[in-house]
Ligand binder design. Structure first.
Ligand SMILES: Cc1ncc(C[n+]2csc(CCOP(=O)(O)OP(=O)(O)O)c2C)c(N)n1
Length: 561
């Protein structure tokens, strides 16, 4: 049976188990959308291609499956770029399908022609331009394989319009032949044994767990390891959830806005077991002063990450889950009473509870913590970028692995709302909350229309401080309060929500917080709550960029050393 290129695309997606595609139509993908109704795939029509990429990314992060987005050539394709880069930085498996102008006019500056494979070369794991229908099925098979294996990431397939309309016989390949691509090798036994020896001998060991542990499904082994050896666990932003936030061995997030106890433990430990993390500068502060007393064991699936930012004493290339499963039986029970007692004293010193005790002002930390209380730390949180993101990481204690979706590496404002759309589509039975600033929501606010059109019951909390808050905080602390280009004059977000057909609530005082959250929980459909919080609240602790983790600015601006 002959198939058109457009049909081959959809049949390949069906063969890969794809159930949903996020996108926007256009002239260079019109054959593709024309063929769509014949296939059992849900098309979520977004309002901007950036949002389509974020939605596919959010879907991928929420389900562990490859998220798929579709855009037309030229501006459709270039609008995907921020979303693709976001997925790339956070190792999210994405397939971006774009239409390209017909093969005969490629390279002529044809209408809506852009070299999207050239543009996305540095932000994709791999990309393809398909100019021959005979290559299409094999290319798609490879694209899925590349996106989901090893260190996951985005792959882009650009399909010329004439290829979409051409016809050929179709059979979907069973496997791939990519001789140079070896996505993972088992962690070498001798090195795992060495890691166990170091861990067993350490007096002040610390685990630093990153996104790789979650991607590899290694969280249960990680918690078991921590419990057996009484080893405290700090996480990266994307590693949040590997251990329940209320677990006594959980120190919370490390780094620029990490907890006092996590950062002090990094600076004081004698062994740092860093698993599935790439030592981002937001985690290490000044890398030369990072973990100065520690023997560092670094486990990562991507050999390019080893020694890139921090030089390890022992490097193990491999899947974090496989590594932890191999390590667990070799780990000896431990009793690190003195070390844990010291950490507890730092926890008490941290001042974490100070913002929760404020009774007059409506502080953002309180809002987040009340959402935590009302949802028992168990819902899927999708956060944007800035102060709101950091407060969520500090004051929402995640009980479940994989319950935080956020843009860590690229720090993309506008990510949360569309990513939450993807997450909710992928997990319809999970309650999904969006935490977003008044700046960030306006970067993709048009997607409120998608929320309504798709009937998604998102709970959206706008942490509205009237500023591009995180930048304002830097201006306050490091630029003499020169609030240039950070003050926002906002619309009434509750009324904007209502205009889209979403229930809009407004909260200005502390005593209204619980009531509004309860109302949101009791509302079946989507709700947006506009929380008018204290305008100049800051995120503490803070390590100034490039400074050592030991130099934390604490609430009330005490210098802690
Ligand atoms: C797309 C994009 N543009 C600019 C920035 C730089 N930036 C980082 S945080 C921030 C302020 C965010 O303000 P808002 O969304 O109101 O959140 P808040 O920090 O107040 O919680 C800005 C402008 C960014 N991260 N992403």
């Amino acid at each position: 049976m002959k198939r058109t290129g457009a049909e081959i695309l959809w049949e390949s997606l069906v063969a890969e188990g794809v159930e949903v595609v996020f996108g926007i139509c256009g002239g260079a993908v019109i054959h593709i959308t024309d063929a769509l109704p014949r296939y059992p795939i849900r098309f979520v029509l977004m309002r901007h291609e950036q949002a389509a990429a974020h939605a596919a990314d959010g879907y991928a992060r929420a389900t562990g499956r490859v998220g798929v987005c579709l855009a037309t050539s030229g501006p459709g394709a270039t609008n995907l770029v921020t979303g693709i880069a976001t997925a790339y930085m956070d190792s999210s498996p994405l397939l971006a399908v774009t239409g390209q102008v017909p093969t005969p006019v490629v390279g002529t500056d044809a209408f809506q022609e852009t070299d999207i494979t050239g543009i996305t070369l540095p932000i994709t794991k791999h990309n393809y331009l398909v100019t021959d229908i005979f290559d299409l099925a094999r290319t798609l098979k490879e694209a899925f394989h590349l996106a989901r294996t090893g260190r996951p990431g985005p792959v882009l397939v650009d399909i010329a319009k004439d290829v979409q309309a051409a016809e050929t016989g179709f059979s979907y390949p069973e496997g791939v032949e990519l001789p140079g691509y070896i996505p993972e090798r088992p962690p070498p036994e001798a090195l795992v044994r060495r890691a166990a020896e170091l861990l067993n001998a350490a007096e002040r060991p610390l685990i630093l767990a990153g996104h790789g542990v979650l991607l590899a499904g290694g969280h249960a082994e990680l918690v078991a390891l921590a419990e057996r050896g009484k080893i405290p666990v700090a996480t990266t932003l994307l590693g949040i959830g590997v251990i329940p936030g209320t677990h006594p061995l959980s120190l919370g997030m490390a780094g620029m806005h990490g907890t006092l106890q996590a950062n002090r433990a990094i600076q004081a430990c004698d062994l740092l077991l860093a698993v599935g993390t790439r030592f981002d500068d937001r985690v290490t502060g000044n890398p030369r002063t990072f973990a100065p007393h520690a023997t560092i064991v670094h486990v990562d699936i991507d050999p390019a990450e080893i020694g890139k930012n921090v030089a390890p004493d022992l490097a193990i290339v491999g899947d974090a889950g496989e590594f932890l499963r191999a390590l667990l039986p070799l780990a000896e029970p431990g009793d690190r009473r003195d070390w844990l007692a010291e950490i507890e004293s730092w926890r008490r010193e941290s001042g974490w509870e100070i913002p929760l005790q404020e009774e007059e002002k409506l502080l953002p930390q309180y809002v987040i913590h009340e959402i935590w209380r009302a949802t028992e730390g168990k819902v899927l949180m999708v956060t944007d970028v800035g102060q709101n993101q950091m407060w969520e990481a500090q004051y929402y204690l995640h009980e479940l692995p994989g319950s935080l979706i956020t843009s860590g590496g690229l720090g993309t404002m506008g990510f949360a709302l569309p990513a939450a759309i993807g997450a909710q589509v992928g997990r319809p039975d999970t309650q999904v909350w969006v935490i977003v600033g008044d700046g960030g929501i306006q970067m993709t606010i048009q997607e409120l229309a998608t929320v309504v059109q798709e009937g998604l019951p998102l709970k959206i909390a706008v942490i509205n401080n009237g500023f591009l808050g995180m930048v304002r905080q830097w201006q306050e602390l490091f630029f003499d309060r020169n609030y240039c280009a950070t003050c926002l004059r906002n619309p009434d977000f509750a009324r904007v929500a209502e205009a889209y057909g979403i229930r809009g609530l407004r909260v200005r005082q502390r005593h209204e917080v619980r009531v509004a959250i309860q109302e949101a929980l009791e509302t079946e459909g989507p709700v947006l709550i506009d929380f008018h919080v204290e305008q100049e609240a800051n995120v503490f602790p803070m390590v100034a960029p490039g400074r050592p983790l030991s130099e934390m600015i604490l609430p009330e601006r005490k210098e802690a050393r």
